[in-house]
Design a protein around this ligand. Sequence first.
Ligand code: HEC
Length: 246
Amino acid sequence: MDRPQPLHKYRRYSDCSVSEKFLDTCFLLVMGVGYLLASAYLYVSHEGLDNKPGLSVEDVVYSYYGNRSGSTLEAKLRGSMSGYISIEENEKVVAWIFKGSPEKTFDREIKPIFEKNCTFCHRPEAGGMTDLSDVKAVKKLTDVDMGKSIGALARVSHIHLFGVGLLLFLIGKIFILCEMPALLKRVVVGFPFLAIFMDIGSWWLTHWLPAFAYIVIAGGALIGLSIGFQIIVSLYQMWFYKEKEQ
Ligand code: HEC
């Protein structure tokens, strides 16, 4: 039998046709750009939730844990709006919020206070300001922000597990044709799968324990690093790497 002996026991880029490498290259480039855009989207959608520019651990906490120090209305009554209302009236409003802001008593107890002190500015005609004479609008300001709901978490988690899992699998399939120590290769392809569980698992944990926000960020960064590494090394070895003659 004089079938040509393959150079390697396993497939390497040198065993691939140019067409296959071309297809791999197109795929890796599209995934790379997609990943960069996903990161940019993540940045703009989370940035500034804590009222400070830039993405920070607090932004992640606000997004998954919420801001449970109280409602917006309370915060404003204590803060920048406190000058427009007398102390007794302020206490009445806070007491109403503590009772769970019941709609029944709004018109009788609270609306007159707001109409006297606040609706001069807080009316719909005044350029998008919340209408404080409308109980529905006021109730939105008295809800405590509990972060992402369990339903929302389940929705984004399963989409990410399927999507990122498939992406890691396909990128890894291309990457394992590289020439490098087997152990390093296994770590590079296996690690991001662990990181995705770290990342998504800590979205859930952050919903109860805000300290896990650090792991959300670390997990996300590790997935990004691993994808970037695999894409760059694959493209390099595919087109530029010359094997040493055995
Ligand atoms: C002189 C105008 C003026 C008056 C009077 C005023 N506000 Fe405001 N209020 C503002 C402006 C401007 C903002 C947006 C800037 C900010 O958040 O500080 C605001 C923001 C708020 C917010 C944040 C949410 C939102 O609707 O945008 C709350 C809650 C609020 N005010 C409550 C009150 C209450 C309660 C009173 C009456 C005791 C009051 N304000 C009186 C001008 C006013």
